[in-house]
Design a protein around this ligand. Structure first.
Ligand SMILES: *Cc1c(COP(=O)(O)O)cnc(C)c1O
Length: 395
């Protein structure tokens, strides 16, 4: 299976280290619903499985596939992206401090505010597109830096290798390990080779691109291929997974694995669609601004071009006419679905300010788009019509 690493991403995604089922020859993995597994007469478990909370064959296949795709050492699958993220954030030991971005995924920001900070986690919120701000936030007790790039929904770009450098400098000064975790939900492999940028942990909401069909919730944490000591962060993540049991069901793991097998072709087509949509939006007089790191005028473009293999298929745009105009465009689409989430085969549009907690940085005239697999010209036509609806014409 390790030989698979030399395959190109398209090939890797299709095979994922899987072989036909040894017993039946079935070309897709069987679903294992058993919660418990037989011991041998001598008391051992020669097949490796004991009980379904710590491990399950479908989850094990998914974890191997995710580690292979990211080029990591191993992966831990969770019941949601939030559960995966929480396992990492909670790996910070008592008295420890974490640095998180100011426009972090709002669900995680709320988790920090309502649960983790009240439980004692110390957190600094910084603008991570500014490396000096990251460096200034470091304390002797810092144990974790959480990175999300491009950010949601402003598509701000963080220099990941730069943050890793800041963390390593601080480690050298303070003599304690600082784990750098990247929420790579928006940048599944091969869009941004996370471990090549030096991070210790990659976190995914597999709910989004990796599963890819808007039909299964899941999350994963992947450990870097090197055995660099980041304290006992990885062991804590595993402990949270196996001891608390916030794990995907066998069928969730199976569905996610099935989604992964078309990942490479989905991503390529979605990125092409996004580029076409961006070109249309930039030229449209009703559009005030397009937020997409592939645009040369984007403040993070140079860094994005350096660290991303593709600029992805997420974009936001701001319309002239404020919140009313934005709501009118969202109301006027027929092909796009008005819904939150991202990364599925169907294109979604969302007025972010009305789903996020009040007081956040998202402008009221902003619409976020997840580009799916429809023909780009059909998506462009749909937006052209929605943008053309006269002001005041509210459905
Ligand atoms: C959706 C998402 C999450 C949370 O994933 P869930 O599966 O919904 O819990 C975390 N981070 C980012 C960037 C996301 O888009």
């Amino acid at each position: 299976m390790s030989g698979d690493r030399s395959y190109r991403p398209e090939t890797l995604a299709v095979h994922l280290g899987l072989a036909p089922d040894a017993e039946t020859g079935a070309v897709v993995p069987p679903l294992h619903l058993a919660t418990t597994f037989e011991r041998d007469a001598d008391g051992t478990y020669p097949r490796g499985f004991v009980y379904a909370r710590p491990d399950n064959p479908n989850r094990a296949q998914l974890e191997r596939a995710l580690a292979l795709l990211e080029g990591g050492r191993e992966a831990a699958a969770f019941a949601s992206g939030s559960a995966a993220a929480a396992a990492v954030l909670r790996s910070v030991p008592a008295g420890g401090h974490a640095i998180v971005p100011d426009d972090q995924y709002h669900g995680l920001r709320t988790l920090l505010e309502r649960v983790l900070v009240p439980a004692g986690l110390q957190v600094s919120v910084v603008d991570m597109s500014d490396l000096d701000a990251v460096a200034a936030a470091v304390r002797p007790t810092t144990r974790l830096v959480w990175v999300e790039t491009p950010s949601n929904p402003l598509l701000k770009i963080t220099d990941v290798a730069g943050v890793v450098r800041v963390a390593r400098d601080a480690e050298a000064r303070h003599g304690a390990p600082i784990a750098v975790a990247l929420d790579a939900t928006w940048t599944p492999p091969p869009w941004q080779p996370a471990f090549g940028l030096g991070v210790d942990l990659v976190v995914h909401a597999t709910t989004k691109y990796l599963a890819g069909h808007s039909d299964v919730l899941g999350g994963a944490v992947v450990a870097a291929p090197d055995a660099r000591s980041v304290g006992d962060v990885w062991e804590r993540v595993r402990d949270v997974q196996r001891l608390e049991g916030g794990v995907p069901s066998p069928f969730d793991a199976w569905l996610t694995l099935r989604g992964l097998r078309t990942l490479a072709v989905r991503l390529a087509a979605q990125a092409d669609g996004a580029a076409a949509l961006v070109a249309f939006l930039v030229a449209h007089p009703g559009v005030a601004q397009v937020l997409y790191p592939g645009l040369p005028g984007h403040p993070g473009h140079a860094v994005a071009a350096r660290q991303m293999a593709s600029f992805g298929a997420m974009l936001s745009f701001r319309v002239h006419g404020g919140v009313e105009a934005a709501m009118r465009v969202a109301a006027g689409v027929r092909l796009f679905t008005r819904a939150t989430s991202l990364g599925g085969v169907e294109s979604l549009i969302e007025h972010r300010a009305s789903i996020e907690p009040a007081g956040g940085p998202t402008p009221p005239d902003l619409l976020r788009v997840s580009v799916g697999l429809e023909h780009p010209d059909d998506l462009i036509e749909d937006l052209r019509e929605a943008l053309a609806a006269p002001l005041g014409d509210r459905p």
